[in-house]
Design a protein around this ligand. Sequence first.
Ligand SMILES: Cc1ncc(COP(=O)(O)O)c(C=O)c1O
Length: 467
Amino acid sequence: MPGTASSTLAPPVPLVGDDLEVECVDGTRRRAIGLDAAASTAALPAVATSVGDFLPWYSSVHRGAGQKSQVATAAYEAAREAALGFAGRAGVGDDVAILCRNTTEAINLLSHRLRLEPGETVVTTVAEHHANLLPWARACRRQYVDVAADGTFGVDDVRAAFDELPGRPRLLAVTAASNVTGWMPPLDELIALAHDRGVPVLVDGAQLAAHRALPAGADFVAWSGHKMYAPYGAGVLVGPSSAFREGDPMLAGGGAVDLVTLDEVIWTAPPESEEAGSPNLLGAVALAAAINELGRIGWGPISAHDHDLASRLRDGLAAIAGVRLLGPATGSDTLPLATFSVAGVPHALVAARLAAEWGIAVRHGCFCAHPYLERLLGLGAAEVEVLRRAVRAGDRRAIPGAVRASAGINTRAEDVDALLGAVEVIASGADPPVDYVQDPSTGDFSPLERPAGWPELPSAGSACSRS
Ligand SMILES: Cc1ncc(COP(=O)(O)O)c(C=O)c1O
């Protein structure tokens, strides 16, 4: 597993598409600088090669008698084993790896499988991505652990949340790393605390998976291939087989059953019971290849690279006049990610200018973590109410948010420096070289004259709903 293998590979490791050039408003083409790894990553070359090599063998999984189908089934099951190993769970207890679409689906699947009663409680935190808030919000009561102004909480805060409850909660659902601040809660201590009280733990590993080992002590772990250089649509939920034996699976259909009559169904055993329908075989092959490649590189070199990038990025941004870094202070241990605002410039305009003038891709908005952003930005109830009214009326021009730059295994120091230089220009207050227009229905800005080659986009909902 990562961290143990010796390797000749060392980050920065190029990804597929790193050589692409994009069009800028000055009519030039610049190397595309991708600083949005926290959203989705491009493929590792080894992943693309594995998928390409496997394609001739693509056929049905679990159902065919032909050799190709048997090869496909073996590859799919090998990916499952690789996922278990990646979560530190190979050969541990009766754990299973359920292959699904992504972290969101994995957590929804678990919330369905826990068969929560409306009166039961899940303890979770306001630092979560919506994927780890909304499935619980519609299933049961929530006890939220709040954050300090720097977006962090401690073990005592989680203990206090447990203590406030009249009984034992069904689950602690907590992120391994925030997609907004890159902050990593003290997971091992949180898991120990919950286990002391007989409470199982779900860890949302979406952000951590590409950067550090997933916590082997958690009962359930969810993560996504597309954030760890396997962008072919596979995600994973790992957990004890026993959790998936009672009741009905979330999806009903072929492949999940042992016997069906018109009046009865006998579900098969997990993990197959949770994977009705034809599985995403190429996604599984890609995921296994990414796991293998990250293992060859090792967590040691990945962490060292992350650490250098995180401090370059965060220290650099914090040093620019007019830039405010959200989250823990510089020098804290975070993922290589920084979320920031620029005084006097809307976040959507900062992101648009970075793309159109410098070819730098970042994310802006609320990052699918509205309650967390509200706290990090220090918004009061009255401000939120005004915004709520505006959004309901279809006007997203003043939607609050920030800009996020996030690095991956392919990011080079010069990419970060390019961002810092560009942000410095924007923060200086210098007029943009071209005019930008804002779409009130999304809040997004774009150059009045879009660079050649940029597609016209349909209006696709709000920046926040997309982010
Ligand atoms: C912390 C965290 N959890 C969950 C998710 C949801 O992941 P997915 O979109 O792959 O379901 C994300 C995606 O950004 C995330 O950052």
